[in-house]
Design a protein around this ligand. Structure first.
Ligand SMILES: Cc1cc2nc3c(=O)[nH]c(=O)nc-3n(C[C@H](O)[C@H](O)[C@H](O)COP(=O)(O)OP(=O)(O)OC[C@H]3O[C@@H](n4cnc5c(N)ncnc54)[C@H](O)[C@@H]3O)c2cc1C
Length: 359
């Protein structure tokens, strides 16, 4: 087979999955990234993420065994203020991002190099290049606001505080809800590394950060010395965000809108759309059908979050806390465990989770 050239912008997880699949199909793949090496934006990485995923089925679908870098969570308490209950954590995993030896990116980058993929770092996609990109150029630029601006992808801006470093435990997470933020605070940990993010659609006050830090000390006995201010983008601004094609370009990973519009989980959607974008080069129709299948619940979850959760439920953290105390955290845990066990699964809106047959 005569090899054709394919250009991919973005050497993150979805760009690498796409590159590996196309290289195996006989394409001559060049991946360009704006950073000086693989591992993504140093504002976000190294980091550890927590995500619902069926690792075996996902590995089979993308054609790459990622089981060595996903770790089952040992526990994931959730808190309304200081009131705690344990979320059912079967199906939840942690994974490391960035360029440390134990990360998902290191695994994928190593495989891509072995498959003959060529990398050009310090090569950012610029707005004036877009019109002249070859057909089927793949855009896998993740959650970078400037990339969304130049491509006209609708996005929600988030603001937050990040802390990261070594911590002395692994595969443990928590989630915290409070009125000071529209989203949540969470810690994720893997390979003795942690990533803690407090984030919101509105800029977060120092008082809310102080409240979160006091909560952590009191309830988890954890304190971080340094916090970094951060802002970013998520493609959940419109029910029509999921998009595989844009003019002659193919979108891949989170920039395609393959993200859970409720809790903003992006890992699984990025992995599977890496495969779908590779498919789009050879079979547009099949790729479109797969993309639609994986993002089928986006609109429903988008509407629930914007029409019900934000206006009616999310501001009532105190009410949720009272309800939890009334029901009793243990009773809620037993109820949730029974329903998860019996096949009612909350993460239906995570692209790929329901549709890979994870339940
Ligand atoms: C702070 C934070 C915390 C998160 N936590 C979680 C979590 O706990 N669980 C979860 O499921 N999801 C989480 N997500 C979402 C998840 O990380 C993303 O959805 C996923 O990493 C996106 O993968 P991707 O392949 O699309 O992009 P990425 O892996 O981000 O890769 C994008 C690549 O594009 C490059 N790039 C950007 N702009 C350009 C340009 N102009 N030209 C060339 N290259 C460019 C970047 O350098 C990067 O290497 C989080 C996201 C962030 C930002």
């Amino acid at each position: 087979m005569q090899k054709k050239d394919i250009l991919i912008y973005g050497a993150g997880m979805s760009g690498l999955v796409c590159a590996i699949n196309l290289a195996r199909d006989g394409y001559k793949v060049v991946v360009r990234d704006r950073e000086k090496e693989y591992g993504g934006d140093p504002l976000y990485n190294p980091s550890t993420h927590t995500t619902p995923i069926d690792v075996k089925k996902t590995s089979e679908y993308i054609g790459i065994d990622v089981s060595s870098v996903f770790y089952p969570l040992i526990a994931c308490p959730f808190y309304f203020h200081d009131t705690k209950a344990y979320a059912p954590h079967s199906g939840l995993y942690t994974v490391e991002r960035g360029n440390r030896p134990t990360s998902l990116d290191t695994l994928l980058y190593g495989i891509a190099c072995k498959e003959g993929v060529r990398f050009e770092f310090n090569s950012a996609l610029k707005k004036d290049q877009i019109a002249s990109l070859p057909a089927n150029t793949i855009i896998a630029c993740g959650l970078t606001p400037s990339a969304y601006d130049m491509l006209g992808v609708p996005y929600v801006r988030w603001y937050g505080y990040i802390s990261r470093g070594e911590i002395g435990f692994s595969n443990y997470s928590w989630i915290w809800w409070d009125e000071g933020i529209t989203e949540y605070g969470y810690l994720s940990s893997a390979n003795n590394y942690y990533f803690n993010l407090l984030f919101s659609k509105r800029p977060i006050s120092e008082a809310t950060l102080a409240k979160y830090r006091a909560f952590m000390r009191r309830n988890e006995g954890v304190e971080h010395e340094t916090w970094q201010y951060a802002t970013g983008a998520v493609p959940v601004a419109s029910p029509a965000n999921p998009r595989l094609f844009h003019e002659n370009l193919i979108y891949c990973g989170t920039i395609s809108g393959a993200m859970d519009p409720f809790a903003w989980f992006g890992i699984l959607g990025a992995l599977i759309t890496g495969k779908v974008a590779a498919m789009a080069v050879t079979d547009r129709g099949k790729a479109m059908a797969e993309f639609a299948r994986f993002n089928r619940y986006f609109k429903l979850a988008y509407l629930f979050k914007n029409k019900v959760w934000y206006p009616a439920i999310r501001p009532q953290v105190g009410m949720m806390e009272k309800a939890l105390l009334l029901v009793g955290p243990r009773n809620l845990e037993r109820f949730a465990a029974k329903y998860v066990h019996e096949g009612v699964h909350i993460p239906f809106s995570i692209p790929g989770f329901a549709h890979l047959g994870c339940y």
